[in-house]
Each structure stands twice: as structure tokens, then as C-alpha cells.
Write a protein that binds this ligand. Structure first.
Ligand SMILES: [Mg+2]
Ligand SMILES: [Zn+2]
Length: 219
């Protein structure tokens, strides 16, 4: 089974002892336009309005930016993990063209289907917890677009209890689906749900507001 694919593309060392918060972003419907039947090629990668300037604002506010995305096209055999290089390079290139500060630090991708019963597919918070470890703990991974599969175990989440505290009080999860909110809840993040055709730009002012505790969510 194995875990999610990780692409460390930013210089994570700078966050190690910085106490920087992390913005966890779902990809399709948050940064770029989702498509029925997956975004399968670089030419299908289309930024949502304001996504680049929003990511730039997160970076300027000191956030590490970590994409956490379910892409079951891989498990379905539509394409292989190498395609993540083209797709995510296309995404980063477009972001940089709009705003040179709009730099994603880390991509984490679950390649599985629901039926695969993996540990990483959202609403599991496993990809967020892995992002936290990669950014904040001594977990050395080469900076590379090459996807590396990292095994993870299913985190125990007390879904019937209170939302757990996040490792950093400002950590945030942005998504367009209930499964994104579930993953963010299990991690303890501030939750921001967006309309899938408008994405990140609709909540960026709120995320930057440190007093905003995010959306209420009942798992
Ligand atoms: Mg989405
Ligand atoms: Zn998975």
C-alpha cells in the first residue's frame, strides 16, 4: 500500500526553528480549477483568480505552504506518479508568473482510491501530520520535484470528541470539500471552506486575521 507521494520543492530548513505557521491547501478547487475526471495533463492546469496573490500573501505573512491533495487517478492507473512532476511544475510556473512570491514549499499527494483503505486519503489527517513533521521536525528529504513515497500510519482521531489542538495555533486547512474539513479537523487546524470555482481568494483575508478561528465543523 505505502503512503502518499511527497515533493519537497522549497527550502524547508528555513522553517525548522522559526515557529512559522503552516497553511495546508487542497489543490483542485482551491488553487486551480478542478475538472470532472481529474486534472490529467499540464495543459489542464488552470489557476483560479487571485490564487497566486493569495499564496504570496500567506508567504509574506510567514506561513509555510503545503499542498495536500487526493489524486486517485494514480491508483486507477490513469497515469503514474511521475505525472505529478509535470502537473505541479505547471502549477508552480503559473503561480510564479502571476506573483514571484507565490511559492509552494511542499506537495503531498494521496494516490489511492477510497476502496484501497489507505492511511493517507483525506479525511484522514495523515498528510497534514506528515507535512508538519517534514516542515518542523528533523526529517531530511532532498529538495526535488521527484515524488518520494513515504509510508504513514492511520492517525488515531477522536472524531466524537473535541477538535484536538494543532501543533501551531495558526495552522490552517483550506478546502472545497467536506473531506478537506475532516482532515483539517483531525489535525486541529483552523478550517476554511471555499466555493470550488472561487477558491483560496475568498478566504485569504480571514486566514491572515490571527483572531479568526475558522469555520465551525462537525465531523
Ligand atoms: Mg478540492
Ligand atoms: Zn492514500
Amino acid at each position: 500500500m505505502e503512503g502518499p507521494y511527497v515533493q519537497v520543492v522549497g527550502a524547508l530548513e528555513r522553517y525548522r526553528h522559526s515557529n512559522a505557521p503552516i497553511a495546508f491547501l487542497d489543490r483542485d478547487g482551491v488553487i486551480n480549477l478542478g475538472r470532472p475526471g481529474y486534472v490529467n495533463t499540464a495543459s489542464q492546469m488552470q489557476l483560479l483568480d487571485g490564487a497566486a496573490s493569495s499564496i504570496a500573501r500567506l508567504k509574506q505573512a510567514g506561513y509555510a505552504v503545503c499542498v495536500v491533495t487526493n489524486q486517485s487517478a494514480i491508483s486507477r492507473g490513469l497515469w503514474g506518479p511521475k505525472r505529478l512532476i509535470e502537473l505541479h511544475q505547471a502549477l508552480q510556473t503559473q503561480l510564479s508568473e502571476h506573483d514571484p512570491h507565490a511559492v509552494i514549499d511542499l506537495f503531498i499527494t494521496c494516490p489511492h482510491r477510497y476502496e484501497d483503505r489507505c492511511s493517507c486519503r483525506k479525511p484522514s489527517p495523515a498528510m497534514l501530520l506528515l507535512g508538519h513533521r517534514l516542515i518542523r521536525e528533523e526529517m531530511e528529504l532532498e529538495t526535488s520535484w521527484e515524488p518520494v513515497q513515504i509510508p504513514v500510519s492511520f492517525p488515531s482521531v477522536a472524531w466524537w470528541s473535541e477538535k484536538p489542538p494543532a501543533p501551531h495555533v495558526l495552522d490552517a486547512m483550506v478546502g472545497d470539500r467536506r473531506s478537506d474539513m475532516g482532515a483539517g479537523w483531525g489535525y486541529g487546524a483552523r478550517l476554511f471552506r471555499v466555493p470550488r470555482t472561487l477558491g483560496l481568494a475568498t478566504v485569504i483575508d480571514r486566514i491572515i486575521q490571527e483572531e479568526d478561528e475558522g469555520d465551525a465543523f462537525q465531523p
